[in-house]
Design a protein around this ligand. Structure first.
Ligand code: TPP
Length: 365
């Protein structure tokens, strides 16, 4: 196992003291360590994180540390290839990559696919990597960082689930109180039979699935976005344009921010049958509770200026039923923000038979 302090120490020895990235459960101990660090930027997507790192290098000549989950490596490809690559601007970066679905570890389907090809992607990009498991690997990493700095190349550290030693730091609490389970229950009770729901990566899809089963609520069909974080709203838009039925998109705030431009596309192109729900807990709850900073956005002005017709906000239990009923009944492109607490359910199920879920979702009976 690896202690985050030892990892950070090695980076520091190499004048690397600036961190940017998108949170990941594998790397949550690093997030906890960085909580009070002023040289740390939580980015909304991995391409932005790499780009922030590139900017840091241009202004300081110091190598930055960019962290991400391997699923986000694909978001990072553009700036990694078209800006930082050896044959373009040749910019040194240290990547710390949470390696979900590594061949040694049993994981979910979407992670298994990415986990298997993560090293091949790095090889294609000419990025050298070290698998970080032990203190000895840290020493190798240290040596390779020095070479990276000398040649201005990119170096990656691959970190598997369970490698980083647990610290005493506890996950930060959210800032809102409304129970998410109660929200899901009320929503499902008020859905029309033929409605479709598309829900985001993170706890949202898992909670939706859990609440359906727990209370035996069967109206409507769900499509759980187990991967493709940030693309829930786009899938919902694409679906809604060729379907007359009402379609509900349930997004998390981290997911909403990851490709925020998609919300503008909805504002410009969606019809009246698309309904967007932002489940706002102001955190990346499912990967360690890191702040998303969504609370600083004036969502009413924001959504209206993008083309949504009505904006609703729920932050108390007694508003749930009335506002949800109205939101569902309206025949207009509406935005509902629900300020919810972090998840309180301890053992959330995970969608597993994805092909079955897809078939059931596509069945219009
Ligand atoms: C491209 C990509 N980057 C990072 C992750 C890791 N990840 C999974 S869920 C999640 C947080 C999502 O936050 P939010 O949408 O607010 O949902 P919550 O966790 O609060 O349920 C992150 C960062 C991912 N799955 N995909």
């Amino acid at each position: 196992m690896i202690n985050v302090n030892s990892l950070v120490k090695i980076l520091k020895q190499n004048s690397c003291d600036f961190y940017t990235g998108v949170p990941d459960s594998v790397l949550k101990e690093l997030s906890y360590y960085l909580q009070k660090n002023k040289n740390h930027v939580i980015a909304t997507n991995e391409g932005s994180a790499v780009s922030i790192g590139i900017g840091h290098y241009l202004s300081t000549k110091k190598i930055p540390c960019v962290y991400m989950q391997n699923s986000g490596l694909s978001n990072a490809l553009n700036p990694l290839i078209s800006i930082a690559h050896k044959k373009v601007y040749n910019i040194p970066l240290i990547l710390l990559i949470g390696w979900r679905g590594s061949p040694n570890i049993k994981d979910e389907p979407q992670h298994n696919v990415k986990g298997k090809i993560t090293r091949e992607i790095l090889k294609l990009l000419n990025i050298k990597y070290v698998i970080l498991k032990t203190k000895k690997d840290l020493e190798t990493f240290n040596q390779k960082i020095k070479i990276s700095k000398k040649n201005n190349t990119i170096l990656a550290g691959l970190i598997e689930m369970g490698t980083l030693e647990k610290s005493k730091t506890k996950k930060q609490k959210g800032i809102f109180n409304l129970d998410k389970e109660l929200f899901f229950k009320t929503l499902l009770e008020n859905l029309d039979k033929k409605m479709k729901v598309i829900s985001s990566t993170g706890y949202n899809s898992r909670e939706l699935m859990y609440v359906r089963k727990k209370y035996n609520l069967n109206k409507g069909k769900d499509f759980y976005m187990v991967g493709g974080m940030g693309h829930t709203s786009s899938v919902a838009l694409g679906y809604s344009l060729k379907n007359k039925k009402k379609i509900i998109c349930i997004d998390g705030d981290g997911s909403f921010l990851m490709h925020l431009g998609s919300i503008k596309t909805i504002g410009s192109f969606a019809k009246k049958n698309l309904k967007y729900i932002l489940l706002n807990n102001n955190t990346h709850d499912s990967v360690g509770g890191q702040e998303t900073f969504v609370k600083n956005i004036e969502l009413k002005k924001f959504s209206k200026s993008l083309g949504f017709k009505n904006f609703y906000e729920i932050n108390k239990k007694d508003q749930l039923k009335k506002i949800i009923k109205k939101f569902i009944k309206n025949n207009s492109l509406d935005f509902l923000e629900v300020k919810v607490s972090n998840s309180k359910i301890s053992k959330l199920p995970r969608p597993s038979d994805l092909i079955k879920i897809k078939k059931e979702f596509m069945n219009n009976d």
